[in-house]
Design a protein around this ligand. Structure first.
Ligand code: FDA
Length: 407
């Protein structure tokens, strides 16, 4: 017997059929499978892809940023900002670390509480598969679901690999990002079928694209990175690195901001606080009037960005020639540059989907539907979206733990 395969008869020992079917062998589905199987349930995870957990594999540049030590509900976007609290409180970053450590996996903190696996992301997938196997769960890959109904106390799940009649059905099919590796609208469709509403979905943690002059300017300095504070229209602020690209803007600060951005809205870039620009340039005007303005800016920003910003001002490049109004203009340009992205790169490159199954209709303790007994939604398909930095996997583990314990 093996834990993973694409043939049900080889996978499942003859005998009782699965009591719990989980759709999606990603982060949330595998973890819920472990928890439910450890509770003594007969668990079958089904997935239409060829391989399980492809997003774990490609995450964190291949090293999987599996959690964040700063995990708290305020690091998640949801129509109900309190929804995630219960699950996160009952299964936090250290709980996951304990599971990894049992397999001798080690980790390091990169920045801002972000924990990465020293043994690469494949080792995380392997430990999840090992735990699932040890608990008795099974994964059926290349399994296409054609219909789900609930004629009685059990669901009828019709697939190309057989029909299953579980009492509990956990939807862990993820969001819409990266369709190339298996993302689909399946979870939202099932939710709607059972009467749930969906909080409007949009790509999150995704680069911005620009058109016209801004596109050309950003493309000309693509590859340049700079520290910045990005403020979105709702006044959310992120201070991290920003990267210029051939299409527009990327880097952690931009990816974070994108989850709070709606089409048509502007964002504001602050490279330096206005007060510092004013005080340092006013001081330098007296003490070092021959100094070039660009030599001052370049103390803080890369040369190509400095040239781009200063070129736009049309000022003379000597601090002694700056009037108070000129200094104000520079302060404004460096501290509050407001621009409007044309769009984002969309689900093709987005790390997550913002929005999803409305949390008002789910139990925050168990993730069970309030509308259909035995139906659960976990992971990214739910309207809970983490910041960049391991929060989305932590939500997958925590929500999976809640449902896996409850079934
Ligand atoms: P996930 O998407 O992992 O799994 C869903 C599964 O359902 C897939 O296996 C899919 O094939 C299956 N499925 C979909 N439709 C189906 C259908 N119709 N029938 C059957 N099966 C179906 N987060 C983080 O915290 N740290 C990080 O480092 C990264 N890095 C990262 C990099 C990149 C490139 C991306 C795209 C994303 C990240 N993320 C991340 C986000 C993280 O990967 C994501 O939030 C979790 O994988 C979500 O876990 P789920 O199990 O909910 O969905």
């Amino acid at each position: 017997m093996t834990v993973l395969g694409s043939n049900f008869d080889e996978l499942w020992p003859s005998g009782p059929s699965p009591e719990v079917v989980i759709v999606g062998a990603g982060a949330a589905g595998l973890f819920a499978g472990i928890e439910a199987a450890r509770n003594g349930k007969r668990v079958l995870i089904v997935d239409h892809a060829k391989k399980p957990a492809e997003k774990i594999r490609i995450s964190g540049g291949g090293r999987c940023n599996f959690t964040n030590l700063e995990t708290k509900a305020s690091r998640f976007i949801s129509q109900n900002p309190h929804f995630a609290k219960s699950a996160l409180a009952r299964f936090g970053p250290w709980d996951f670390i304990e599971r990894m450590s049992a397999h001798k996996l080690t980790w390091h903190e990169k920045t801002l509480g972000q924990l990465f696996c020293d043994q690469k992301s494949g080792a995380i997938i392997q430990f999840l598969l090992d735990d699932l196997e040890a608990a008795g769960g099974r994964i059926l890959m290349e399994c296409e679901i054609s219909e789900i109904t609930k004629p009685d106390a059990c669901f009828t799940v019709t697939t190309n690999k057989g029909t299953f009649r579980p009492a509990s059905l956990i939807i862990a099919s993820g969001g819409l990002s990266i369709p190339k590796i298996g993302a689909s609208s399946f979870g939202y469709d099932v939710a709607k079928q059972f009467g749930h509403s969906i909080v409007e979905t949009r790509p999150g943690l995704v680069p911005f694209t620009f058109s016209g002059a801004l596109h050309d300017r950003f493309a000309a300095i693509s590859g340049v990175a700079a520290p910045v504070t990005v403020t979105t229209q709702d006044k959310t602020r992120f201070s991290e690195a920003m990267l210029f690209t051939h299409r527009g803007l990327s880097g952690p600060a931009i990816l974070q901001a994108s989850s709070y951005w709606h089409p048509g809205e502007a964002i504001t870039l602050e490279y330096l606080p206005a007060e510092r620009v004013r005080s340092e340039l006013t001081h330098a005007r007296n003490t070092d009037p021959k100094k070039r303005v660009t030599d001052w800016i370049v103390e803080y920003l890369p040369g190509r960005l400095t040239a781009d910003i200063f070129g736009e001002t049309g000022l003379r490049n000597q601090i002694g020639t700056l009037s108070n109004a000129d200094i104000d203009r520079l302060a404004e340009r460096l501290s509050a540059h407001t621009i409007s992205p044309t769009a984002t790169e969309g689900y093709r490159t987005a790390e997550v989907t913002v929005g999803g199954v409305n949390t008002d209709e789910l139990s925050s303790k168990t993730m069970e539907s309030k509308l259909c007994e035995g139906l659960y939604f976990i992971g990214e398909v739910v309207d809970v979206t983490g910041w960049l930095g391991g929060y989305n996997f932590q939500w997958a583990w925590a929500s999976a733990h809640a449902a896996g314990e409850a079934v």
